[in-house]
Design a protein. Sequence first.
Length: 131
Amino acid sequence: MRETIHTPEAPAAVGTYSQALRVADTVWLSGQIPLDPATMTLVDSSPEAMIRQVLSNLDAVARAAGGSLQDIVKLNVFLTDLGWFPLVNEIMSEVFREPYPARAAVGVASLPKGAAVEMEAVMVPGSSGAG
């Protein structure tokens, strides 16, 4: 059985997808780009602000599904500039606690709406023990 997860605290889907789906004990979070959920426009600021907005959007969806960023077991990061990779690592070290999620980082030619970063995740709510 699938359960659709939706929250107005994260950007609305900009296509034919759900913000997240729960299947059994696993939640599959769709990719988030640095959209401001209130305006549905890309944050036009520094790479750090864009990465933090993406993580904020993922956090909102994770909370709507009854979890947190700490419950993410797999994170996929897509960057149009792999030069941002050290910054992603730095911010992840602030946002996530050990053990860090499994992760892939992929350089891509382009992303939806001209975004420079996108992240998607797989989460098991309650798996971090953080509640």
